[in-house]
Design a protein around this ligand. Structure first.
Ligand SMILES: Cc1cc2nc3c(=O)[nH]c(=O)nc-3n(C[C@H](O)[C@H](O)[C@H](O)COP(=O)(O)OP(=O)(O)OC[C@H]3O[C@@H](n4cnc5c(N)ncnc54)[C@H](O)[C@@H]3O)c2cc1C
Length: 498
């Protein structure tokens, strides 16, 4: 593949194109400013934007339904959040559950999905997920050749619902999934155009989407789509301006846990067409250390120890989940940095410290609190005061009355050397906001109804998730709504030809 010219002249050309593209796809565009298709470079039934799981799944499905498909990917390889993902896919009634004797049903699954979103997730979309995920997981195995490992059985109400894609040769499960999808595309001869960034949607003047304009080293090119265009470009977690605008300034200090390529074209492409964007302030967070990307979630979730900021002060309830702890750390500490102080009782230390050692990520370990604080640069007096107060509250059974409260069901003192200071920061996994879709994956208009020919799936789509997500449900949603979008675009193209 031809690479971009990295010479000064080449870079100058690229930056001029970038500036033009930014203007073309800018927020302030109106539908009238959205380009009208000139002579298209090629005509397809379905044009898919983004070569992540949602886009590739849609492309394969549309192809298998008889459509001529192209995938436009802005990088020189798939470069979205999937590459960083563990590869869990959340479903019920799967072959794996049956083989492992896990009894489950649609109603419990749907209730779990809605419960996690505190009832705020779109009911029809969550029902649609529930009704289609079993077939989606089967299809990933039978038609794409994805290999899932054993389900880890969990207690009710979560049960064992996540099928984990087996990552091999050092690949994450998410990368292995993308590889399998790429192989399935290659087998079918599906065209993927790399280094083609979607910069603008094309309409027929009645706000019906007819194609897309891309930017590559060849400049702007227009592509026609008879059945529709699918936005599968991921969310906006890697766009600090959007994160600041939609979530808040504090959130733009979150460390990115995933891709730098998810820069919000799910929003900037569709706003000029008056798409209805929802849940824009919602996202998933998790702990991380920026320098090495080590994930200390297990120690934060262990139910042991306290968390202190870099001034040595407690600043949140230790009972919170790792998701809330990560979010709170970015919001409540100016430097988005904190430590989990635990003693040798903490049962997950072996696992967590092994990860820190493997990545050469510094942490504190000492027989005295004074030495521990010296190692990691924490003010000893402040940390000692917090631990003394906490240990006293444990003794009297009054941790819930502390300020802030610590509502561990059973609290353990911090008094058995060696002591550990495990660093962490708040990290951003993915944004949940985006253009609202319906159960046909059609993007909804602010004026009501669907925008003809415009679809979204995966992290690009809004409506499904709110507050948090069931582990594996993001890749599950990419599977369910990617397949639906593929089928819908193929059917619409057929209708257009009839
Ligand atoms: C650390 C981490 C762990 C995770 N683990 C899990 C897990 O185990 N289970 C789970 O369900 N979810 C998990 N997720 C979330 C999961 O990765 C995402 O839900 C999933 O990748 C979404 O797929 P997608 O196809 O929508 O987007 P992505 O995988 O983000 O792909 C988007 C693609 O679009 C391309 N693109 C962007 N803009 C343009 C443009 N303008 N034109 C053309 N192409 C463009 C990008 O380069 C990229 O290739 C995890 C995320 C992270 C960060």
């Amino acid at each position: 593949m031809k690479k971009f010219d990295m010479s000064r002249r080449g870079l100058l050309k690229t930056s001029i194109l970038g500036a033009a593209a930014a203007g073309a796809a800018g927020f302030t565009s109106t539908a009238a400013a959205a380009g009208e298709a000139k002579t298209p470079k090629a005509v397809y039934d379905a044009v898919v934007l983004g070569a992540g799981p949602a886009g590739l799944i849609a492309a394969i499905t549309a192809h298998d339904a008889g459509a001529k498909v192209v995938v436009m990917e802005k990088r020189d390889r798939p470069d979205g959040n999937a590459i960083y993902a563990l590869g869990s896919v959340c479903g019920w009634g799967t072959r794996h559950q049956k083989e492992q004797g896990i009894e489950d049903n649609a109603e419990d699954f749907y209730k779990m999905m809605m419960g996690i979103s505190k009832g705020q997730g779109d009911k029809a979309l969550n029902r649609c997920y529930t009704d289609n995920i079993t077939a989606g997981i089967d299809w990933l195995e039978s038609d794409v050749g994805v290999k899932f490992g054993k389900i880890r059985v969990m207690p009710y109400p979560r049960l064992g619902r996540t099928c984990r894609v087996v990552g091999d040769k050092g690949l994450t499960g998410g990368s292995a999934l993308v590889q399998k999808l790429l192989q399935a595309c290659a087998k079918r001869g599906i065209e993927i155009l790399y280094e083609h960034k979607a910069v603008e949607l094309l309409t027929d003047g009645l706000n019906r989407v007819t194609g897309v304009r891309t930017l590559s080293e060849k400049g702007f090119e227009d592509w026609s789509a008879k059945g529709g265009v699918l936005i599968a470009t991921g969310g906006f977690s890697a766009n600090p301006e959007m994160v600041c605008r939609y979530i808040g300034g504090w959130a733009s200090r979150l460390v990115l846990r995933g891709s730098r390529s998810t820069t919000g074209e799910n929003i900037s492409l569709v706003l000029p067409l008056f798409a209805k964007c929802v849940n824009m302030d919602q996202f998933h967070a998790g702990p991380i250390v920026a320098a090495t990307h080590v994930n200390p979630a297990d120690v934060l979730n262990s139910g042991y120890g306290i968390q202190v900021n870099t001034s040595g002060r407690r600043y949140m309830d230790e009972k919170n989940t790792y998701v809330i702890k990560a979010r709170t750390t970015a919001r409540e500490t100016l430097d988005n940095a904190a430590f989990c102080i635990v003693d040798s009782r903490c049962p997950v230390l072996d696992k967590v410290i092994a990860k820190f050692d493997r990545l050469h990520n510094p942490y504190g370990k000492a027989d005295s609190l004074e030495e521990l604080c010296k190692q990691v640069g924490l003010p000893f007096e402040a940390v000692k005061a917090e631990i003394d107060a906490y240990n006293e509250a444990v003794k009297t059974g009054s941790t819930a009355k502390m300020n802030p409260p610590c509502s561990y069901k059973k609290a353990y003192p911090i008094d058995q050397a060696p002591f550990y200071a495990v660093p962490f920061q708040g990290g951003m996994t993915a944004t949940f906001g985006g253009p609202l879709i319906n159960v046909k994956a059609e993007i909804q208009s602010l004026d009501g109804g669907s925008i003809p020919g415009l679809y979204a799936a995966g992290n690009a789509a809004g409506g499904i998730f709110f507050n948090d997500y069931a582990g594996g449900a993001q890749l599950g949603a990419a599977t369910v709504f990617g397949r639906i979008a593929g089928r819908e675009m193929a059917a619409r193209a057929k209708r257009a030809k009839a």
